[in-house]
Design a protein around this ligand. Structure first.
Ligand code: BGC
Length: 382
């Protein structure tokens, strides 16, 4: 097992992990550091741990450029792991419903797995009924990314890179994608997603952590309090594909402009056939896309842990883990329906089939352009 543990103060430049087999032991406690472990169980995939000087820890892995653990102190200083996950890497492709991963090339759904671009029709993999979900059968979440440790002025980080070839899951053109995670000394987990392409293609890379600020095994999130700065949402049909309408949240159970518990009005979305019920909606964030702004605030009554999300994206998928079905996760805990929630900043679902319609984002990227998607998760307690 390769094991690298690096106090950040000892590093002056980007520390490239590929091929590195040195073992270094940390000499200082409470110093920001990056630790790399070669996981023997999983075909060479590596796990990376970032630590800051405030007792926070973020663990990631190369498979899916995935967040597997985020430990934050609760209001009494107790370390609390607030993300759902599994103990071993092979469990992710077996049991995961996109836990902690990076989703792409296009996150969320594309209706009928089809779109037209510059006069050509493209058939994508259909892996969700008739629709395309989260990049297809072997999306970015199931790829091995390549990790490289980073020293940044803000704190320890890691850059994951991966190439999606021309024709991947039906998408046109090659896409070189990267995701940078930084754990800052200010108590933030920064996620920066980027890509370049060699032919026009839709891109919407999405981060898919399931949060439970009471601790990943603490049960339902329905008693957590959420605020989302969104005045509108995109209604969907029975297959979760947007109808095209951009509707006001006013007077609906989707109005989170003032903080409220998640459970308060969740009954407005009951179980119905294949739909397990609960929140699974894209909200249209207020403010200008392309500009970083605070968009959501989540807090847990028992731990007092608060997470504030900032992003430059136009939308956010608020999903209450409706399809969680009792899978056994880290430390043997069971994840049931509503046992975690996702706040996925994104372009609106099926935007590629709504191009040119008023209010809809353009997700097409062309050669020479840079795709950029930034989110900050800021942790504090109350
Ligand atoms: C989607 C859900 C989907 C889930 C899969 C979410 O992003 O909104 O509809 O079931 O991902 O884990």
């Amino acid at each position: 097992m390769k094991h690298i543990r690096t106090p950040l103060l000892a590093i002056i430049a980007v520390f490239v992990l590929a091929g590195c087999d040195t073992t270094r032991e940390a000499t200082m406690v409470n110093q920001p550091e990056i630790e790399i472990v070669q996981d023997g169980a999983a075909d060479g995939a590596r796990r990376i741990t970032l630590r800051n000087g405030r007792g926070m820890e973020v663990e990631l892995m190369e498979l899916g450029a995935t967040v597997t653990r985020v430990v934050v102190p609760d209001r009494d200083g107790r370390p609390t792991d607030v993300v759902l996950g599994f103990d071993t890497i092979p469990e992710y492709p077996e049991k995961s419903q996109y836990f902690g991963c990076t989703v792409g090339r296009v996150g969320n759904r594309i209706g009928n797995g089809f779109f037209e671009l510059d006069g050509t029709g493209y058939e994508l993999a259909r892996n969700n009924g008739e629709n395309h979900l989260h990049g297809g059968v072997v999306g970015f979440d199931k790829r091995r990314w390549s990790a490289e440790a980073m020293v940044t002025g803000k704190g320890p980080g890691v850059r994951f890179t991966m190439t999606s070839p021309d024709g991947d899951e039906g998408y046109p053109g090659r896409l070189d994608a990267e995701v940078v995670y930084i754990l800052t000394e200010a108590g933030e987990l920064v996620v920066e997603m980027g890509a370049v392409c060699d032919a026009p293609t839709p891109v919407n890379i999405v981060h898919h952590t399931y949060w439970n600020l009471g601790g990943h095994g603490s049960g339902s999130v329905l008693d957590e309090t959420l605020q989302i700065n969104a005045s509108h949402y995109t209604p969907v049909d029975a297959g979760f594909i947007p109808t095209g309408e951009i509707a006001a949240v006013e007077g609906t159970a989707l109005d989170f402009r003032q903080p409220r518990t998640i459970g308060r009005d969740i009954g407005a979305f009951p179980e119905n056939g294949d739909d397990p019920g609960g929140y699974d909606h894209n909200l249209c964030l207020d403010g200008d896309p392309g500009v970083m702004r605070e968009v959501a605030r989540l807090s847990d009554p028992d731990t007092g842990i608060v997470m504030i999300i900032e992003t430059d994206q136009p939308g956010i998928q608020f999903y209450t883990g409706n399809f969680l079905n009792g899978m056994v996760g880290k430390g043997g805990v069971v994840y049931d329906k509503f046992g975690g929630l996702c706040l996925e900043t994104q372009a609106y679902p099926d935007s590629i089939n709504r191009r040119g319609e008023p209010g809809w984002p353009d997700v097409v990227m062309r050669p020479g352009e840079n795709y950029e998607h930034r989110m900050v998760h800021r942790f504090t307690t109350e």
